[in-house]
Design a protein around this ligand. Structure first.
Ligand SMILES: Nc1ncnc2c1ncn2[C@@H]1O[C@H](COP(=O)(O)OP(=O)(O)O)[C@@H](O)[C@H]1O
Ligand SMILES: [Mg+2]
Length: 256
């Protein structure tokens, strides 16, 4: 008798680990440079992100994280090099940027072609972020966390192949931030866009990302896979070791 199916349990986790290198490339940045009034912020930066991959980008304040994200969003253009991105891409910023004179559901479908800008579609997206009970609310009556959920629903309703997040949790209180981090992790797993999360929070990056980059001197200076199983919790030997490595890369070496 021969075995037709054999599972190597010792290696099961490693085998099951998604290998994004085999996924199609969603973002292809080649030698991108950006200079503001003689200040070179991005300097021949190269970066590939694969479809379905969740990448966190760390970097000191002023290192060029938002500049790179704006180029990928199409809100700014590089002075040199090329950046290829999917047509279907959306951004969530630190502040929710809702139109105050429109109810929540209209904010969610704002800018979509008329036949897609329906209340049903808005409601489905709001349900995904746990905000369908506020569908008819005015933005001014939302809490910070609720407003950011609405911004997330507005991004998801577009079914992006690339989701760009620029410090989306930075203005939230600690508890709301934890809930939003979990929600983003779940939504990205469910929808599978390529995701670039800009953050200065090392622990947030380790909790969420498949891969973490550090922006240094205008280019990707450090690039590492995160192999911890999901759902992740802060703490533990591997988590702490990675955090210390990343902090050192950010110029904040840890002392015992
Ligand atoms: N539109 C602009 N005009 C002039 N300088 C800019 C502009 N946008 C960004 N910068 C400068 O580029 C550098 C990087 O900014 P930014 O990308 O916002 O950094 P980060 O998001 O990493 O904090 C900063 O020194 C900033 O002042
Ligand atoms: Mg920024």
């Amino acid at each position: 008798m021969t075995a037709v199916l054999s599972i190597d349990f010792a290696n099961a986790e490693r085998v099951a680990e998604p290998d994004f290198a085999h996924h199609p490339v969603a973002v292809d940045v080649s030698k991108v440079s950006r200079t503001f009034a003689g200040n070179t912020v991005l300097d021949r930066l190269d970066l590939k992100i694969h479809s379905g991959e969740f990448v966190a980008l760390l970097g000191a304040s002023g290192s060029g994280k938002t500049t790179l994200l704006r180029i990928l969003a199409g809100l700014d253009a590089p002075d040199g090099g090329e950046a290829w991105v999917p047509e279907a891409r959306t951004v969530v910023f630190q502040e929710p940027r809702l139109v105050q004179s429109m109810k929540v559901w209209r904010n969610v479908v704002i800018g979509l072609p008329g036949r897609l800008a329906t209340r049903d579609r808005a409601e489905a997206a709001l349900a995904e972020v746990g905000l369908d009970h506020r569908i008819d609310a005015w933005p001014a009556t939302l809490s910070g966390g609720e407003a950011q959920r609405a911004a997330l629903a507005r991004a998801l309703v577009r079914e992006p192949r690339l989701l760009l997040l620029d410090e989306p949790f930075a203005a939230l209180d600690a508890l709301t931030r934890l809930k939003m981090q979990r929600l983003i992790g779940e939504l990205c797993q469910a929808h599978g866009p390529a995701t670039l999360l800009v953050t200065h929070d090392v622990e947030e990056a380790i909790l969420l990302a498949d891969r973490i980059l550090v922006l240094q001197d205008g280019a990707i200076g450090y690039d590492t896979r995160v192999r911890l199983p999901h759902p992740r919790r802060a703490g533990g030997k591997e988590f702490d070791a990675l955090r210390d490595t990343l902090l050192a890369e950010l110029g904040v070496p840890q002392t015992e």
